[in-house]
Design a protein around this ligand. Structure first.
Ligand code: PLP
Length: 391
């Protein structure tokens, strides 16, 4: 087995050793239910309070505005459904064509229940025009739900302009901040959004824990009813994972700027080298504003799914700009919304770097990738379309 070369941090991140150490006692002796009145339970409740402060601090919120839950997907579903439940007469939702499936699948479902969905377009660089948002808002609009940072391209939406429009038009705004948190500075209080989704496993903490930010002045109704989280999200809290989330948020905040700068330099070196030394490579998404850790590239003439298999043999993990469903490879909806052809989208790969990515990792990736791309292209008939290469 080749040594692991993990370049897929937008998919998930390894658990930071300090995060693991922080959570372990809560998987061992400290097993109390945070709702119990005796000391064992009170210690668990205190651990939740500390984690709430740590997460709030990372995103510029008050601790009381953080509701812990099971994941970013739950947070997004809760925010949108809450806004709809509060204003049941309003039947219009605005989102974009390049959202994460957490938003897309919910909105597609809501469309079957009679809601009108506006899917805002993006341009060829993945950029959203705020004027299109402004003109889409009607008296019937219940909620606007938009990504902060795109998980496939890293492109950042113009959040300040978006917030100023939704504030002026008095429409609640939900931000999917899952990829942005820990990678760019965030101050939700200053921004003035109503709801924001967060997920721990993008921040070097475990999967299956997230949070919904609900501004204290925003109206809110829970999705899961129960007494926990001040009746805002029922269900006994996952104490160990929430403690981990808190520690991860503290570390992300402490290292944010230094890490972003270092990773940004590595990413730029990686991207520039491939763009200048391998023929037929193109970046998807604007250079700026973009997450410092993400590079989405099209390698003309290859089939990304096959590249992934060959990379895997070398230990290199990254993502294809496509998802395999029912045996067929669907090109990425993000790339096709940017006007990338279906064939080019199928030839696209996402590399996402993280805190543990080293200079040596980039050197190794820059040796593997051109070699595999050349192999894939050599297996392609002249002038023909990409073919499967035995992995
Ligand atoms: N939103 C974005 C932008 C994401 O990248 C993800 C995860 O990939 C999610 C939401 C969903 O988060 P979770 O995996 O915690 O449900």
């Amino acid at each position: 087995m080749s040594e692991l070369l993990y370049l897929d941090h937008n998919a998930t991140t390894p658990i930071d050793p300090e995060v693991r150490a922080a959570m372990l006692p809560w998987l061992e002796n400290e097993f109390g239910n945070p709702s119990s009145v005796y000391a064992l339970g009170r210690r668990a409740a205190a651990a939740l309070s500390k984690a709430r402060e740590q997460v709030a601090s990372l995103v510029g919120a008050q601790p009381s505005e953080i509701i812990f839950n099971s994941c970013g997907t739950e947070a997004t579903n809760t925010a949108i459904l809450s806004a709809l439940a509060i204003d049941p007469d309003k039947r219009h939702i605005i989102t974009s064509a390049v959202e994460h499936s957490a938003t897309i699948k919910l909105c597609e479902y809501l469309a079957t229940r009679g809601y009108e969905i506006t899917w805002l377009p993006v341009d060829k660089d993945g950029i959203l025009d705020p004027e299109k948002l402004e003109s889409a808002i009607t008296a019937d609009t219940a909620v606007v739900s938009l990504l902060w940072a795109n998980n496939e391209t890293g492109v950042l939406f113009p959040i300040e302009e978006i917030v100023s429009i939704t504030t002026r038009r008095k429409v609640p705004l939900h931000l999917d901040a899952v990829q942005a948190a820990g990678k760019v500075p965030i101050n939700l209080e200053e921004l003035g959004v109503q709801y924001a989704s967060l997920s721990a496993h993008k921040l070097y903490a475990p999967k299956g824990v997230g949070a919904l930010y609900v501004n204290r002045r925003a109206r809110y109704t829970p999705l899961f009813r129960g007494s926990q989280e001040e009746s805002k999200r029922g269900g006994t809290q996952n104490v160990a994972s929430i403690v981990a989330f808190g520690k991860a948020a503290e570390l992300a905040q402490a290292h944010l700027l230094v890490v972003a700068e270092r990773i940004g330099k590595l990413r730029d070196h990686f991207e520039q080298t491939l763009l200048s030394t391998v023929e037929g490579v193109r970046r998807n998404g604007t250079d700026e504003p973009r997450l410092p850790n993400t590079s989405n590239l099209t390698f003309a003439g290859i089939e990304a799914e096959t590249a992934l298999l060959l990379f895997d043999k070398e230990g290199l993990c990254c993502s294809a700009g496509s998802a395999c469903s029912s045996g067929s490879i669907n090109p990425s909806h993000v790339l096709t919304a940017m006007g990338v052809s279906r064939d080019e989208a199928r030839a696209s790969l996402r590399f996402s770097f993280g805190r543990t990515t080293s200079d040596a990792d980039i050197d190794r990736a820059l040796e593997i990738i051109p070699r595999i791309i050349a192999k894939l292209r050599a297996a392609q008939p002249a002038g023909g379309s990409p073919v499967h290469v035995s992995a």
